[in-house]
Design a protein around this ligand. Structure first.
Ligand SMILES: *[C@@H]1O[C@H](CO)[C@@H](O)[C@H](O)[C@H]1NC(C)=O
Length: 166
């Protein structure tokens, strides 16, 4: 019985020995990005940056490896239960359709339940595709300018800028 116990402990030590280098690797993985935080406020009375019937808040938190957690909740604007969520640049070009990942559930009063998902393919300011810095060239006969940053389109016809937050 004691021998069996020793063998079990030895086996356990061996497996934890093998997993030790992995744990250390992860801990020493270089920081690639600054931590960054941003939000979309869906409320035209608070800010001039949103349009449409939706009322709510979406937050974007980038960690030091460049992954971004997108989470939020809405209080109204989803009466038709349309859970389409798209991130577009300032010229309305689609950057990401995140409807499937967010998998937003609706409440009975036209709002949503809280939602959250960690994206490893979306960042805020880690590279030139980041949601706060992505460039969109607007070129027409009338104006020749570039705009940076992105917006969130939520539900049917609502949208709000994605702005850096302290
Ligand atoms: C939901 O809204 C989006 C964006 O406005 C629209 O393109 C889509 O057709 C709508 N889906 C449904 C099922 O109504």
């Amino acid at each position: 019985m004691f021998l069996l116990f020793l063998i079990a402990v030895a086996a356990a030590l061996q497996t934890s020995d093998q997993s030790l280098p992995n744990v250390l690797d992860r801990r020493t993985e270089p920081k690639k990005c600054p931590c960054a935080f941003a939000g979309s406020i869906f409320d035209p009375f608070v800010k001039d940056a949103s349009k449409g019937p939706a009322r709510g808040f979406v937050s974007y938190a980038q960690d030091e490896l460049g992954c971004t957690i997108i989470s939020g909740q809405f209080s109204k604007g989803f009466e038709d239960k349309n859970g389409t969520f798209r991130i577009v640049d300032k010229c309305d070009n689609l950057l990401f359709d995140i409807s499937k990942e967010l998998d937003v559930k609706f409440s009975e009063d036209g709002g949503t339940k809280a939602f959250s998902y960690k994206f490893d393919n979306i960042n805020l300011n880690c590279d030139s595709n980041g949601l706060l810095v992505v460039e969109c060239k607007i070129k027409s006969y009338y104006k020749r300018q570039s705009a940076s940053g992105a917006s969130m389109q939520a539900g049917s016809g609502s949208s709000a800028n994605i702005d850096s937050l302290p």
